[in-house]
Structures are given as C-alpha cells and as structure tokens.
Design a protein. Structure first.
Length: 576
C-alpha cells in the first residue's frame, strides 16, 4: 500500500519538478534581491559615519544616486521573481488539472460532493505560489546571513538577533501545532455548509413547493454558523500568534537600538553601525513574520497537498489500453455480483444473461430490484465484485473507458444536461461538435422536430437547473446524446419516465430503428409502453434474475393482466 501511495504522490512531485527551472531562476534572482537588501543599511552606515563626519555634499549626492539605482534594480528583480513563481504555480496546476478532474469524476460515484475537494485543493496550492508568502519562504534562508552580518557590528547585537530569531521560530512551531487541527475543522465545516447549499439549490423546486424554505434555511444557517465559529476560532489563534510576533519584532528592534546606543556611548561602535544593525535585524525577521501572517494559507496548501496525494492514490493513473476494434453488438454477463462503492452487501448476485445483435431486452422488476445497479455495471461505472461483463466477447475492463463510451449509449434514469447548447450536449460536449452527426443523432432519437421548434433551435442554451426544457424534452435530448456516434449497444434506464404518448412512440421508433441497424438495446423499466419493442424480458427481484424468456411468455407468467398490457403495447409496433 505504501508503495502505491508513494507512486501516486510522485505525480505531484513530477508536476512540481517540471517547473524546477522556474524555481532556479527565481532563486538566482533572490540572491541578488537579498544582496540588494543591504543597500539601506550600508547607505545609513555611510551617511552617519562618512557624510555627516566629512560634511561632503558631493558624497551624499553620489551615494543617493547609487542607492536610487540599486533600489530600482531591486524592484525589477523583485517583480521578475514574483511573476516567475506565479507562472510556476500556473504550470503546476495546468499539468495536474486534467488528471485531477478525471479523478474527481471517477470518485463522484463513490463519495458525496462535499468530500471531493481535488479541484479546490489544486487551487489552494497554486494560490500559494502567486502570493507574497512563497517569496517570503524563499527569503527565509537568507535570515541567518543578515544575522551574521550583525555580528560584524558587535557580537552582543548578533547574539541578541539570534535569540530573537529563535523565539520567533519557536512561536512558528507552536502556531503550527496548535492551529493545524483547528484550520482543518474549519475547512471541513465550510465544505459541509457549501455542499448543503448546493444540494438545496438543485432541489429548489421541492424546497419551495413543500414549504421547506424556512427549515432548509435554518439548517443551512446552523451549519454555516458552525463553520464561522470554527473559522473564527482558528483565526483567533493564528491572529494571536501574528500579533505577538509583530509586537515582539518591533520590541526586538527597539532593544537592538537600545543595546546599540549603549555600546555607542561606550565607544565600541559607531552610530551608523547602530542604525544599520537595527535595519538588518528587521530584514532578517521579516520573512518569518510574513510567513506567520499567512499561516492559514500555508496550512490550507499543506492539507491540500496531502489530500491530493490521497486522491491520486485512491484513483490510480489509468494504464495504457490496447486500441481494440469496434465490438460486435452483443453483451453478456456471467455470474455478475456487484457491491456498490462504500457498501458492504451485494446488490447484484450471480446475474447471467445475454443480448444478441439486433435485439432488445427488457429488464423489469419493482423499485430496488437492482435494475439501475445492473445498468451501472453494464456501463463499466461500477466494477464487479465477482463475475464479468463482456461487450462483443471482450471484458469491459479491457476497453479504454473513453472509447467504451463511444460503443455504449446510456440514458440514465435521472437526466442531467451540462451547461451548453443542445447541440453541444448531444455531441457529448465536444469542443467542436460535428453538426451533421448531431442532427443525425437527433433524428434517430426523433427529437429533431422538437428541437427546431425551440426559439434558438440547436443553439438553445441549457443548464442543469433551468426550466427551458420540459422533463420529456430533456429526456429526448438525452436520448439523442445516447445514440450520438452510432454506439453498438444502447442502455436505457426508465427511458419514458417523463415522456408523453408521443414521446414514448418516438422512443419505440428509435429502438426499432437501432434493432434494424443490428444494434442491441437494453431497457430497464416497469412501464408497459417501454417494452413494446423488446424481444425478451428478464425479471429481477432483490438483485437476482428470477425469470427470463420471450416477452409475451414472461408477461403471461408474471402478470395477471398480461392480455390488457399486450393490447396497450401492440399498436406501437410490438412483436406478437
């Protein structure tokens, strides 16, 4: 297990190391920036010890011009290294975005949305690189150099600087220990409140219609207030350390000035050295203070790094798949047993059946019998605990998941359309949809006439929660998406749940056409109208197949009103 985690965490390390040249250049710039930080102390030293002593205005002007040039050069280098590390962060995110987005999609079937934070985690890491705190971390190794320079002025000033730096380091460590869990709790509470709000917005119609607005708002406020309490608590602790650090640094600078003044009075150092030592101390402690001030951001990035490591460990990088030819339109399952992700009990047990090219099979059964679970297994969304699913004689696991989606069309029970035009949704969100194939798919699904009646036709913009399309229209667009690209197998889960008679007839006509083309169709349903084009029926109950055979024979065996149902489905083209 450890080796797997290390191999996946190395994905983060590889993305980080891919921008090593950015960090090297920024580090080189940091050398010159920190050397130029000596400009102020050296200028102060020269003014107090030479200019004021000699009274030379020419020397003052020359020094001032030199200082202006050096500070201008430092500004350019500071700006350049800031832009460089920001681009390092952008490169790091760009290298991992596709991988993390794919992992979150795969994990979405196993976790609640609030638990999937991969995209927010990568942004949290990237934001550190574009913030001043990363430059402060790069400057921190130079703090000992500035402290050592103070020893040149006087050993006691150097030891005072060392003592002050040690106190700040101890404060930083205590801050990490005492606020780490508080920051994690605050982040978790905030994610939970946001997830609840997202779900409430998705179910806004139910919330409004059922008079749940007040109760839902109160429950959200409870979670929101808990998140605020946790955040305030963590900020209080972090803020207290920041305040102590800032006050201590200012006190330390005053102490440095006082000790320096004492040794000036003793004749052991000059006034210029006293002022220069104070400035160097402030410069030495500045990165530490700045890092403590941005500690919550650093902790969030640290938690994000470990969370991304866990995510990439749980969802390994997919291996290389052999580019298999388009399969035959046949599907078979053998002794298929499936346990839902995160579950303990099998919801499918020893399921065995076969679909031949040019045929349609109806999987019927009451709610909870395992039909939708079987659909997920056929689509390769859930992996079998035992047994196998084969498409064209090849086990599903041997297909590239993206290519498998080209071979199997899927109409889920809960239709989801993504933000985009109807054409883009039918084309499965292709960046450049093929208009001819989009229209062809819509005609196969008998949705073309319906779509062109819309104000913007195929360019009508839809979203997951809008009301532009009715439930039946959305289902017909989703059916067009399922048949887009001429898949060899079509899996329909309660396909006419939102369709009227016209829509059901259009669906049956689409199924009939697919059968004529030699494709195979699987329909999960409990509605008679949906099985009119089915050649065979498979009856499921409690995750097992209890009966299977020709449609009319199964209807006679399973239903008391089989003759009435046959009269309902016969006019729409069912075989007798």
């Amino acid at each position: 297990m450890a080796s797997i985690e290390n191999s996946q965490v190395s994905e983060l390390a590889k993305a980080r190391n891919a921008g090593t040249n950015f960090i090297v250049i920024s580090f080189v710039f940091s050398i010159f920036v920190n050397l130029l930080m000596l400009t102020g102390p050296l200028f102060m030293l020269q003014v107090y010890d030479r200019v004021l002593g000699s009274g030379s205005e020419e020397t003052l002007v020359a020094l001032f011009v030199l200082v202006g040039f050096l500070y201008g050069l430092m500004a350019m280098l500071e700006y350049a290294r800031g832009r460089i590390v920001a681009r390092f962060g952008a490169r790091f995110q760009a290298l991992l975005d596709r991988r993390i987005f794919g992992a979150t999609l795969e994990l979405s079937g196993k976790r609640r949305p609030s638990e999937i934070t991969g995209l927010r985690d990568i942004e949290a890491i990237q934001s550190v690189f574009s913030s001043p705190v990363f430059l402060a971390l790069m400057d921190m190794p130079w703090s000992p150099f500035f402290v050592a320079a103070i020893f040149i002025f006087h050993p006691m000033l150097g030891w005072l600087a060392v003592a002050g730096a040690l106190v700040l380091i101890v404060l930083a460590l205590v801050n990490q220990i005492m606020t780490h869990k508080k920051v994690a709790r605050a982040q978790g509470a905030s994610n939970g409140a946001q997830a609840f709000a997202d779900q409430a917005q998705i179910a806004h119609e139910v919330v409004q219609a059922q008079g749940m607005r007040g109760a839902v708002t109160d429950r959200w406020l409870m979670q929101r207030n808990e998140a605020l309490r946790e955040k305030i608590s963590s900020n209080d602790w972090t803020g207290s350390f920041t305040a102590v650090t800032k006050s201590f640094r200012l006190f330390l600078q005053s102490a440095m000035l006082a000790v320096g003044a004492y040794y000036v009075l003793q004749g052991e150092m000059t006034a210029g050295a006293m002022i220069a030592g104070t400035i160097l101390l402030g410069r030495a402690l500045q990165p530490i203070e700045q890092s403590l001030g941005q500690w919550p951001m650093l902790q969030r990035a640290r938690l994000a790094w470990h969370a991304l490591g866990d995510l990439l460990s749980e969802i390994p990088q997919p291996g290389r798949y052999v580019n298999l030819p388009e399969p035959e339109a046949s599907l078979s399952t053998r002794n298929l047993t499936l346990i839902p992700p995160g579950g303990q009990l099998a919801t499918l047990k020893n399921v065995t059946f076969q679909v031949k090219p040019g045929s349609a099979i109806g999987l019927i059964g009451k709610s909870g019998s395992g039909k939708s679970t079987l659909a997920r297994a056929i689509m390769g969304l859930w992996k079998p605990a035992a047994g196998e699913v084969r498409l064209g004689g090849v086990e599903l696991g041997h297909y590239d998941p993206d290519r498998l989606g080209d071979y199997i069309g899927y109409l889920p029970q809960q239709v989801s359309l993504l933000p985009g035009t109807i054409a883009e949704n039918i084309a499965r969100m292709a960046v450049q949809p093929d208009d001819a194939r989009v229209v062809e798919a819509a005609k196969k699904a008998n949705a073309h006439e319906m779509i062109i009646q819309l104000p913007d036709g195929y360019n009508t913009y839809v979203d997951g929660n809008d009301n532009i399309l009715s439930g039946g229209q959305r289902q017909r667009v989703a059916l067009a998406r399922a048949v887009f690209g001429s898949p060899v197998l079509l899996v329909l889960d309660e396909p006419n749940s939102a369709l009227d008679v016209e829509g059901s007839n259009a669906l049956n006509e689409a199924v009939r056409q697919l059968k004529e083309e030699g494709k195979s169709v699987i329909i999960m349903t409990h509605r008679p109208m949906a099985i009119s084009e089915c050649d065979e029926l498979v009856v499921m109950d409690k995750g097992t197949i209890v009966d299977a055979g020709p449609r009319d024979e199964i209807l006679r065996k399973q239903l008391k009103n089989a003759d009435q149902i046959k009269r309902v489905i016969q006019p729409v083209g069912a075989v007798s």
